[in-house]
Write a protein that binds this ligand. Structure first.
Ligand SMILES: CCCCC/C=C/C(=O)SCCNC(=O)CCNC(=O)[C@H](O)C(C)(C)COP(=O)(O)OP(=O)(O)OC[C@H]1O[C@@H](n2cnc3c(N)ncnc32)[C@H](O)[C@@H]1OP(=O)(O)O
Length: 208
């Protein structure tokens, strides 16, 4: 079960400061850590649920998409908003989203970098349930997990991992390629300019 202690943010996604003017000695560790987190959580043999008690953009949304079930508290936002930063959600971010919502919805959401409110996310299936607050989200998560007490654990595990096999296999075989794509992409001046502009927007919003 994944949930956070911040009062309003489930996860703000990747640290943009690691991608803006990236430090060569850190960038490899930064990206391979994310790959490994995804492999461990998306490929977990345990049943997993995200209790999303706060905003969940980009990498935050990805974390929740690794789980089989998502329960979200009201009045927050969730989505893969990468295009709004002038960056591109990697293939495995996209396949994680496609495990939750139909292709057409994913294409519209990904190309526009759309963030969904809790109610909108429920409507398109990006989340599975709405909880009134964090305690309710945890109670609902426990209820989701408890149903597996009646299911044979090996049958459940193999079914989950077979369903996720091709995405997991792609990552296991292409970690280095994916890392090189990331490094070369974030190194482009046009991408750096977009990130700079996005960071300025965040600062300006905070100053208001
Ligand atoms: C190129 C290959 C693809 C890479 C894939 C990338 C995946 C990602 O995850 S990219 C990151 C996407 N994240 C976002 O777009 C989130 C942006 N942040 C927000 O929308 C909001 O900050 C919030 C909803 C998460 C929280 O809002 P609020 O509580 O109002 O807090 P502030 O906006 O005032 O922010 C406080 C403070 O934190 C800084 N900050 C926020 N998010 C990030 C971040 N992801 N990385 C780095 N820094 C972040 C923000 O700039 C403020 O900083 P200070 O001014 O220094 O306090």
């Amino acid at each position: 079960m994944s949930q956070q202690s911040s009062p309003t943010v489930f996860s703000a996604g990747l640290d943009i400061m690691e991608m803006y003017k990236p430090k060569p000695d850190r960038v490899k560790e930064f990206w391979t850590t994310l790959q490994d987190v995804w492999l461990a959580l998306y490929g977990s043999s345990f049943p997993t649920v995200a209790a999303i008690n706060g905003h969940s953009p980009a990498g935050g949304c990805l974390l929740s998409l690794c789980c089989e079930y998502r329960i979200m508290c009201p009045n927050y936002s969730i989505g893969l908003n990468e295009t709004k930063l002038g960056i591109v959600a990697p293939k495995w971010f996209m396949s994680s989203m496609l495990g939750a919502i139909p292709y057409r919805e994913a294409e519209l959401a990904l190309t526009s970098g759309r963030m969904f409110s809790t109610d909108e996310a429920l409507k398109i299936g990006l989340i599975d349930e709405v909880a009134s607050d964090k305690a309710d989200a945890i109670a609902k998560s426990e209820k989701f997990l408890s149903q597996f007490a009646k299911i044979h654990p090996i049958a459940r595990k193999l079914t989950k991992l077979n369903l996720r096999h091709s995405a997991l296999e792609w990552m296991q075989e292409n970690k280095e390629l994916d890392l090189n794509i990331f490094i070369s992409f974030v190194g482009q001046p046009i991408v750096q300019k977009s990130l700079e502009k996005y960071l300025e927007g965040l600062k300006a919003k905070q100053a208001k």
